[in-house]
Unconditional design. Structure first.
Length: 216
């Protein structure tokens, strides 16, 4: 049996002042030994500072069960986690909400961090949140930036780490626009499938509704 990270619902609700979007992604985890956990993570666009939230729940109905809560933040050009007393979400496998101190003392905490790492690696919505946290920039053709064309070619340059999004009209070095990568995904969620693209690689598709594949 392989590790399973199964994406569940994505809930998107405008913030009260309608200046951003509150996003919460849910899913399930199963280890090779059949150990189960439920998770939820989320972020709110327009929030400052950029901080994500996470809940991992295990052992519902068992004496040792509980829901672990953490915040996610930028640290040294990457992301880091810190346990928090503040509950984030309710998840199916979760038991009682644990405080940060209770979570630190829990004998399953190493398992919780292992699940966290795998969820952040394998859930595509987590890549979206990561780029929001990091403020990843992308050079976009004018047509893509202005949402007049879908991105059909996405490159992640090895030399400088810059992302490039180009539509059917192609790239024009004189008119390219710089924007945040997460904003492009906000407008076209089919880009969620390219967000773990490694430096030096390029993905293309024939039109906005087609699957992505490596450029040859």
């Amino acid at each position: 049996m392989e590790i399973q990270v199964v994406e569940g619902a994505l809930v998107e609700v405008p913030t009260a002042d309608v200046t951003g979007m509150d996003r919460r992604a849910f899913g399930e985890f199963v280890s090779p030994r059949g150990e189960m956990a439920s998770y939820a993570f989320g972020w709110t666009t327009g929030a400052d500072p950029h901080v994500g939230h996470l809940t991992i729940g295990i052992g519902v109905g068992n004496p040792g069960g509980g829901s672990f809560h953490a915040v996610i933040f930028v640290n040294d050009d990457g992301i880091a986690y810190a346990l928090t007393d503040e509950p984030f979400e309710r998840v199916p496998e979760g038991g009682p909400d644990l405080t940060a101190d209770q979570a630190r003392a829990h004998d399953t905490l190493p398992f919780i961090w292992w699940v966290t790492d795998l969820v952040m690696e394998r859930d595509r919505r987590a890549h979206w949140m990561r780029h929001w946290l990091l403020g990843t920039l992308a050079v976009q053709s004018t047509e893509v930036f202005e949402q007049r064309e879908p991105a059909l070619r996405v490159s992640h340059h090895a030399e400088d780490g810059v992302w490039h999004l180009v539509g059917a009209s192609g790239a024009d070095g004189d008119t390219g626009r710089v924007g945040h990568l997460h904003h492009a995904v906000d407008e076209d969620q089919s880009l969620i499938d390219v967000l773990n693209l490694q430096p030096g690689h390029t993905l293309v598709r024939d039109d906005g509704g087609r699957p992505w594949h490596e450029e040859r």
